[in-house]
Design a protein around this ligand. Structure first.
Ligand code: NAD
Ligand code: G6P
Ligand code: MN
Ligand code: MN
Length: 433
């Protein structure tokens, strides 16, 4: 049987991963699931573990649920380690969103100044986890969800010891689901060629039963027919002629770049009301944990679908199963580029459709990205690489450079203002600075 370790196990998303393992028990015999958290997360961990135990008992799946506040106790012998932690907890996310907004800049947990600061807090922790894994379970795969997922995964790939690292996001899955719904076909009949970066990914081609339906899908997205992809990004309609001209399928996060003014205006309204996404998530999380405490609850409650990361378990469990079973199926994941996308460094992490084998993901060759988006993707990758270097070195000038070249900031003066305020507000979580 397999041993899985989930770091950040007290997350409200954990019942989803438990459900994913229960559903796949016949092909993926998980014997032990270790949920790891920190002392601050002790109560959440106990509540989630209680629900997880009721879920496996109800389903008749012989999965043992263990909990610990010491990851070194959990790691030995692990086959897969998944990371879904939040350094600084939700309070840090509230600051990541509110500080940029207070100066008139987009405040978002993975894009712009918020995503930048989250990377500075998280990368030292993921590199500690990487060191522990190299020592205690060098054979294990690290499946990272922790945001900003692309940068956190790249930090391990470039600076860590463990080379068996894969990043994940539910956005490509959400795009598959929304496009399958649009075409009124089952998701299994659909194939989308994804290429780009995390939260900067494009659908280049869409095939239904092997037939290229890209044009049809683009026209229907242009006419505003595509439903919501993730709960946390408002589905403001695109200008039809823009989508037709773009000629590929954007992800919801592209609204921050191609609808910057509208997105900022919406966020500033929420900010003024004390209703940033992080503040709403705080309420949602309280409601979810009240449900999780109910001893009668024995399944993942549908209310979890209000979270932006819904369905991520399907991404995690289907990836783990395809590695374990050497399936050679195609999944969109975050992996080392190795030439799959021309013009991006071979050692950078990209989000790309990949063949999943027991020796890991093999990214499909996508060539150069279309000229209309290649520049933006390159710019974001420059920002990501410089941010990772700043997170590892703790060098102030590198951090200032990263924030200045981010297209959502694009000002050395604004970058300095935000950086100084955000470094001060996060000083407990930035040992490298
Ligand atoms: P959360 O605030 O519930 O945090 C999860 C747990 O991590 C908490 O119980 C917390 O105590 C714990 N934690 C904090 N620091 C830790 C550490 N050093 N070691 C171990 N545990 C630690 O967060 P959440 O809303 O469940 O999200 C978790 C993470 O997953 C975040 O980074 C979030 O951005 C990310 N996320 C990613 C995707 C994706 O598409 N990749 C989707 C949803 C969430
Ligand atoms: C999805 C993303 C995650 C993101 C999350 C936020 O959009 O893929 O990477 O951070 O949802 O969800 P939340 O409910 O926490 O705002
Ligand atoms: Mn994501
Ligand atoms: Mn084409």
């Amino acid at each position: 049987g397999l041993k899985i370790v989930t770091i950040g196990g007290g997350s409200s998303y954990t019942p989803e991963i438990v459900e994913g393992f229960i559903k796949r028990y016949d092909e993926l015999p998980v014997r032990e699931l270790w949920l790891v958290d920190i002392p601050e997360g002790k109560d959440k961990l106990a509540t989630v573990a209680g629900l997880a135990r009721r879920m496996v008992r109800e389903a008749g799946a012989p999965i043992e649920i263990h909990t610990t506040l010491d990851r070194r106790e959990a790691l030995p012998g692990a086959d897969f380690v998944t990371t879904q932690l939040r350094v600084g907890l939700l309070e840090a996310r509230i600051r990541d969103e509110r500080i940029p907004l207070s100066h008139g800049y987009i405040g978002q947990e993975t894009n712009g100044a918020g995503g930048f600061l989250k990377a500075l807090r998280t990368i030292p922790v993921i590199l500690d986890i990487d060191r522990d894994m190299a020592e205690l379970c060098p054979q294990a795969w690290l499946i990272n969800f922790t945001n900003p997922s692309g940068m956190v995964t790249e930090a391990v790939a470039r600076y860590g010891r463990n080379k068996k690292v894969i990043g994940l996001c539910n956005v490509p899955i959400g795009m598959e689901m929304a496009i399958a719904k649009l075409l009124e076909i089952d998701q299994s009949r659909l194939r989308i060629d994804f290429a780009g970066l995390n939260h900067m990914v494009f659908g280049l081609h869409v095939y239904a039963d092997g037939v290229d339906v890209t044009r049809k899908v683009i026209e229907r997205i242009a006419s505003g027919e595509l439903g919501e992809v993730v709960k946390n990004i408002i589905n403001i309609k695109w200008i039809p002629e823009f989508i037709t001209g773009l000629d590929i399928i954007p992800c919801p996060y592209h609204r921050y770049y191609f609808k910057k003014d509208e997105m900022l205006a919406t966020e500033l309204e929420e900010f003024a009301k004390g209703e940033t996404r992080a503040e709403l998530v705080k309420q949602l999380e309280n409601e979810l944990f009240e449900l999780y405490k109910d001893p009668e609850l024995k399944i993942k409650p549908p209310q979890l679908e209000k979270r932006g990361g819904a369905y991520y378990s399907d991404a995690a469990c289907r990836l783990i199963s395809s590695i374990y079973n050497d399936k050679h199926d195609i999944q969109p994941i975050d992996t080392v580029n190795r030439g799959a996308i021309s013009g991006i460094a071979p050692d950078s992490i990209v989000e790309v459709s990949s063949v999943i084998t027991k020796s890991g993901p093999k990214p499909l060759t996508m060539g150069e990205l279309p000229v209309q988006v290649n520049g933006l993707v390159q710019q974001i990758k420059s920002f990501e690489r410089v941010t990772i270097d700043a997170a590892v070195s703790g060098d102030y000038n590198t951090a200032l450079l990263a924030l200045t070249i981010n297209p959502l900031i694009a000002s050395d003066k604004a970058a300095k203002l935000l950086l100084d305020e955000m470094l001060e507000a996060n000083k407990d979580y930035l040992p490298q600075f």
